[in-house]
Design a binder for this molecule. Structure first.
Ligand code: FNR
Length: 389
């Protein structure tokens, strides 16, 4: 397997990404917190469910379209916010956003992106969300949100699961600084991936949305997070942010049904069930495991019409994973590493390949289930295995 066109699934792209990236950079993409058990459970949780196809339905026309965060998408996919995507390929967030637009997914730009809010908006058509963090200096958060609104981002996603940085041991060993610097410990790893080094020279690596608040040269990303992120951030901060943003407001990083209900009470439009891809609190419950209870709690609170949308994030690698999340009540799915594997493996073409493969799988899975539209996925589409006796 040498090129992205020879990749037939997300796992193929993940192996190609490993070959393209210096080990310390690959560690940042792939790593989770502590023993990485939350990350593993995110994937394993999907195997607890089996799909139950119906037969003898005409599936000659299958349409995977779905409405997520007020946007009609060609398929129910939101590309997750991922910091400094330019570390994996010089195309960075521009390449990811263009790939998302080409497949009809919604793209989320991280506050910690390597390309600016305005550059991504100008370069990529298609629906976009901006992901904010609450910094000690609230002025930075407010300024970024105002810029996102001016640049036409449709939704604001506030990530709430990084009050302090998680313990990512692979990152610590990798010792990556911003911008990446060759040290005695990392020299061999970088020298073994000359393609990555040449590509890196094409675009300067920086956090593009901090104006003069950029980290000093040589700061490690986790030190920067510890310095900038506000650990006092709490529910009282939501109302002012709600007032600042009149479009869909989303909290990302919810894992308790009562927190989802509290979010709804604060006027939030959707929640992303997420443990940050297993990168924050290790052994945190898998989003899929809390999805049914969360959907139920929200429905009890709001009634069928008043319930806010729930998006499932973490471990999505197959179309069947998406179907399972929707069958358990999610309105859409979010995926982080899949797009990054593609980006690292082949720039924009690789990111496009990753999203196209997932979209094709999703459409094919609907057809094989005897369904012709996303809206037809329901609780009967899956059984928890071993299933009813
Ligand atoms: C992330 N994630 C993340 N989340 C966020 O809200 N803001 C961010 O800046 C980042 N940065 C980031 C960088 C990298 C390299 C990864 C892998 C992840 C978490 C991301 O949005 C999402 O929650 C997870 O990636 C979902 O898990 P999967 O799809 O990677 O299994």
């Amino acid at each position: 397997m040498k090129s992205v066109s020879q990749c037939w699934n997300i796992a193929d792209l993940a192996s190609l990404a490993r070959k393209a990236l210096p080990a310390p950079v690959h560690a940042i993409l792939e790593g989770g917190a502590d023993d990485e058990s939350a990350m593993a459970r995110n994937r394993a949780a999907f195997a607890d469910y089996a799909l139950v196809p119906r037969v003898l339905n005409d599936v000659s026309q299958v349409d995977g379209a779905a409405t997520v965060l007020g946007q009609r998408l060609a398929w129910p996919m939101v590309v997750a916010p991922t910091a400094i995507a330019g570390l994996f390929h010089s195309g960075g967030e521009v390449a990811l956003a263009r790939a998302a637009a080409a497949t009809g997914a919604l793209f989320t730009l991280s506050a910690m992106a390597s390309r600016s809010i305005e550059e991504v908006a100008a370069a990529a058509p298609g629906p976009k969300a901006f992901q904010a963090y609450v910094f000690r200096d609230r002025g930075i958060t407010r300024a970024q949100i105002q810029r996102a609104r001016a640049a036409g981002y449709g939704a604001l996603i506030l990530t709430v699961d990084v009050p302090i940085p998680g313990n990512r041991e692979r990152d610590r060993r990798a010792d990556i600084t911003l911008p990446p610097r060759l040290g005695a410990r990392t020299f061999a790893a970088f020298a073994s991936r000359p393609g990555w080094c040449l590509d890196k020279a094409r675009h300067p690596m920086r956090l593009a949305n901090f104006d003069d608040h950029c980290p000093r040269d040589g700061t490690s990303l986790s030190a920067y997070i510890a310095e900038q992120f506000d650990p006092t951030f709490n529910w009282a901060d939501i109302a002012p942010l709600r007032r600042l943003w009149d479009g869909p407001l989303v909290l990302k990083g919810i894992l308790r049904p009562e927190d989802a209900c509290r979010a709804a009470a604060e006027g939030v439009d959707a929640v992303v069930l997420s443990n940050h891809g297993g990168r924050q609190l290790d052994t945190a419950v898998a989003p899929l495991d809390v999805l049914p209870r969360t959907v139920e709690a929200l429905a009890r609170r709001g009634g069928a019409a008043g319930a806010i949308q729930v998006i499932l994030d973490g471990g999505i690698r197959r179309g069947t994973d998406m179907v399972k999340a929707l069958a358990l009540g999610a309105a859409g799915c979010m995926a982080g590493r899949p797009g990054l594997y593609g980006l690292a493996a082949g720039g924009q073409a690789g990111a496009l390949r990753a999203l196209q493969l997932l979209r094709e799988e999703y459409g094919r899975d609907l057809g094989l289930l005897g369904l012709t539209a996303t809206e037809q996925i329901d609780a009967g589409t899956i059984w928890r295995v071993p299933g009813p006796a």
